[in-house]
Design a protein around this ligand. Structure first.
Ligand code: NAD
Ligand code: ZN
Length: 262
């Protein structure tokens, strides 16, 4: 294990353009459950998965009903907005400061990479601190709207440019990834020569394509996977290195090793 961490540290130190792809696993140590890990929400309650698929349709058919549900969920699961980064997020932010990691593509919507200080973050599935207009693409800070008051007045939060109802800027199942976001993420994947893949089951497409694209392109990237359990990336031989363990423990170890080598 120690040898592997040293080798990975060396690869990162010698990389030209390293990026990271992160999933729900980097945030479980901040108290936010994942979907498919051993304690995942869906593993424990499959009904929730079915419900997830209906949310986007509900927004399209009944935006006010959608917002009433969102506010009710916030009352019940209100934790995400108040969650704090854990050592996984801080280690990745430090790698950016060292100019090793150039971009993070995260599937998480929890804003924790930004809270830990990372600047170059692509929120591939959106971010709960923003609202998005699916018609004109305009994005707003959630703080610009007093959502509860708007609902109490019998209205819905709507776009200041085109008046279309706004949605939380999170990508639900059956909802397309916004084009600008997809294009930016893909260009980072094409550019990278090393990709850290941390805390993702790599089951949700199109994000799960990224390590596969990075590995199979004409100038293949080295794939470094960190996860509490093996994934399809490990099994299919996409990962050049696999470290089994908690990202909150392994990522800081890698940072420490790099510091020793500098
Ligand atoms: P996932 O639930 O499918 O997989 C999480 C993976 O992380 C699992 O393989 C699990 O073994 C691993 N894991 C859990 N805790 C870990 C730890 N401490 N260290 C290392 N590995 C750990 O998550 P996914 O691949 O991100 O896909 C699920 C989808 O759900 C994503 O699209 C994401 O947007 C969304 N989601 C987001 C959040 C969040 O914002 N924090 C939380 C749950 C789900
Ligand atoms: Zn609009």
């Amino acid at each position: 294990m120690e040898e592997k961490i040293k080798e990975i540290a060396k690869i990162l130190l010698n990389s030209r353009y390293a990026i990271a792809l992160t999933g729900a696993g980097v945030s479980t140590e901040s108290g936010i459950p994942d979907f498919r890990g051993p304690d995942g929400l869906w593993i424990k309650n499959p009904e929730l998965e079915r419900k997830e698929y209906e949310i986007y349709e509900k927004f399209l058919l009944d935006p006010r009903g959608y917002w009433i549900d969102v506010m009710e969920e916030r009352r019940i699961f209100g934790g995400i907005e108040n969650a704090m980064p854990n050592p996984s997020h801080y280690a990745l932010a430090e790698l950016e400061k060292m100019n090793i990691i150039k971009y993070i593509i995260t599937q998480n919507i929890d804003n924790l990479h930004q809270k830990a200080g990372s600047k170059n973050v692509i929120d591939f599935h959106g971010n709960i601190s923003r609202l998005r207009c699916i018609k004109c693409g305009n994005v707003y800070d959630i703080k610009e709207f007093d959502i509860q008051r708007i609902l109490n007045e019998g209205k819905v939060p709507s776009c200041k440019k085109c008046s279309f109802p706004l949605k939380l800027d999170v990508v639900y199942f059956n909802e397309p990834i916004p084009r600008d976001v997809y294009k930016k993420a893909l260009s980072e994947v094409i550019e990278c020569d090393v990709m850290i893949v941390a805390g993702t089951s790599a089951e949700v497409y199109p994000a799960a394509e990224f390590p596969r694209i990075a590995k199979n392109k004409s100038n293949p990237a080295k794939i470094i996977e960190i996860n509490a359990e093996e994934t399809s990336l490990t099994r299919e031989g996409i990962s050049d290195y696999f470290i089994k363990g908690k990202t909150g423990k392994i990522l800081p170890q890698i940072v420490d090793e790099i510091k020793k080598m500098k």
